[in-house]
Design a protein around this ligand. Structure first.
Ligand SMILES: NC(=O)CC[C@H](N)C(=O)O
Length: 516
């Protein structure tokens, strides 16, 4: 058996994914081949692997930390909540079926061999596997059907690091309570405790740490200070709430961007690169009163386009955005948001919602039909001739992105005003028109997630907005990819400074030799 270490938490959002990414990068820096694994992820932020499979965003990011191409084995089961207690279950990167929570219980029995197979395949490619758990391992009511925490640790006899979040308070109770509720064999697998997101003076915590070690018999292997401004996406939308609203060193010439916060918002990581630009002031907006008069309104992706759109119609947000469009504001739609911008949303088979047909925002002469087949693919492309005509200064810009959707968007026959924005293709496909752009270039939409991660495209588009406002263009900032690499290294340095890494290596060695 290969070496492995598992990270479990006392609850959600204690920092498991980020710490797993940190360990991935540390082990890679030390010359090991590392791979991440999380048997089951529940998230609406997903990632498309180079071979066109959908996995949780966090494992995609961890694979990057490992310097490895992401594969579906890193996260074989992905649960995407679609609303009203139902979820789309993605198995090995493709949608398997929609399910409610009670049928999922039986399903977990069936998928166990799939998880095992994926893990074994990963082992062939790596020296160490960094495994992540989910939520808390002691949700007593769910324990008999869980397949992501102690069930995995027991199967692999993997050492586990238990992470607690001291920032929200109650750390001692979280850790002691979690250990208390574990079965003795499970407790034996806990090799140490990590205290995460610490913001205070460490000297004040010494007595607490000693107490915790005595009380639990487990070593505290790290007290990790809160790391501000980490340029890496966390896993779930909970962390959107904690985003800092203002940037340091604010400039006056900033383009105001409002991202509409759909109830089923998916892939909000699409806007990270944009948010980091020094001339962008980006905020997430959940109420029409908070919309204001931004330069750009972005409608992001949604797991449930129709329900989210109807929500905005009811709330008055749809009208507020249409007003912005009439006043000449820029309106941009990504994936589900792009679908909303068309004339109609049709769901004859009720793939996403109970509504057969709904009117859209009517900004584009397009209609979208939701079909059972999901497209998950990475594509590359350029602007169409029409796109270049509208956006002359973006000529020759190349774009790359990934598509994750069930909907198919087509022009309405006889419709005019605007035309396809990009010509894209996946490997081995013929290029096709994709997305839409209006004649004045102020309204555009695309299926491409990650479109703003394209450094040249992002800067050229922003510069065009700057020109409109009479501001001088800016030079491209550091590339998104370089920024991410630097962020992984910064994270790894931080964790090395505050976690007993030599002890961690001992744990990896001991536990491996014991279990053979
Ligand atoms: N990623 C998305 O925004 C998906 C949009 C829509 N729910 C679809 O599947 O077509």
């Amino acid at each position: 058996m290969k070496k492995k270490i598992m990270i479990q938490g006392t609850g959600s959002d204690v920092g498991k994914s980020v710490l797993a990414a940190a360990l991935c990068r540390i082990l890679k820096q030390d010359g090991l081949r590392v791979a991440p694994f999380k048997s089951q992820n529940m998230a609406l932020n997903s990632y498309v692997t180079p071979d066109g499979r959908e996995i949780g965003r966090a494992q995609g990011v961890q694979a990057e930390a490992c310097g490895m191409a992401a594969t579906v084995d890193m996260n074989p089961i992905l649960i995407k909540p679609t609303g009203s207690m139902r979820s789309q279950i993605v198995v090995r990167g493709k949608p398997h079926m929609d399910m409610d929570a009670s049928s999922y219980r039986d399903f977990t029995r069936k998928v166990w061999p799939i998880l095992q197979e994926s893990y074994h395949r990963l082992e062939q490619q790596a020296d160490v596997i960094v495994i992540e758990g989910a939520g808390s391992p002691v949700e007593i009511n769910l324990k008999d059907r869980e397949i992501v925490n102690m069930r995995i640790a027991r199967w692999l006899q993997s050492p586990v690091l238990l992470v607690g979040d001291i920032d929200r308070g109650g750390l001692f109770a979280q850790v002691v309570g979690t250990l208390e509720l574990l079965e003795p064999e499970e407790r034996d697998l806990i090799a140490g405790i990590l205290i995460n997101k610490f913001r205070g003076d460490p000297s004040l915590l010494h007595s607490g740490i000693r107490w915790l070690e005595e009380r639990t018999g487990k070593p505290v292997l790290g007290l990790i200070p809160f790391l501000p401004d980490l340029d890496l996406e966390a896993e779930d939308s909970m962390s959107l709430d904690r985003r800092p609203v203002l940037k340091k060193n604010e400039r006056d010439d900033r383009i105001e961007v409002a991202v509409i916060r759909h109830p089923h918002l998916s892939n909000f990581t699409d806007f990270d690169a944009l948010e980091k630009e020094e001339d962008v002031a980006l905020r997430y907006v959940g109420h029409p009163e908070a919309l204001g008069s931004p330069d750009v309104v972005i409608l992001p992706g949604s797991k449930n386009t129709v329900e989210d759109w109807l929500h905005w119609v009811r709330m008055g947000m749809a009208g507020a955005i249409q007003d912005r469009a009439r006043q000449g504001g820029h309106i941009v739609g990504i994936c589900g948001g792009y679908q909303m911008m068309g004339m109609e949303l049709k769901d004859p088979l009720q793939v996403e919602s109970r509504h057969g047909q709904v009117k859209g925002m009517e900004l584009f002469p397009l209609h979208t039909t939701f079909l059972p087949e999901k497209r998950t693919v990475r594509v590359r492309g350029v602007l169409t001739n029409w796109g270049e005509e509208v956006w002359q200064s973006l000529r020759q810009e190349k774009v790359e992105g990934y598509e994750i959707h069930m909907g198919i968007t087509e022009p309405i026959s006889g419709g005019k005003s605007g035309g396809p924005l990009f010509r894209v293709a996946a490997d081995g496909e013929n290029p096709r028109g994709e997305g839409w752009i209006s004649r004045d270039g102020r309204r555009w939409g695309t299926y491409l997630h990650g479109v703003f991660d394209n450094d040249g495209f992002r800067r050229a588009w922003l510069n065009q907005l700057r020109r409109e406002k009479g501001w001088a263009p800016l030079q491209p900032s550091r590339s998104h990819a370089a920024r991410r690499e630097a962020a992984f290294d910064r994270l790894a340095d931080h964790v090395r400074r505050h976690v007993d890494i030599p002890r961690l290596y001992q744990i990896l060695d001991e536990k491996t030799s014991h279990t053979g």
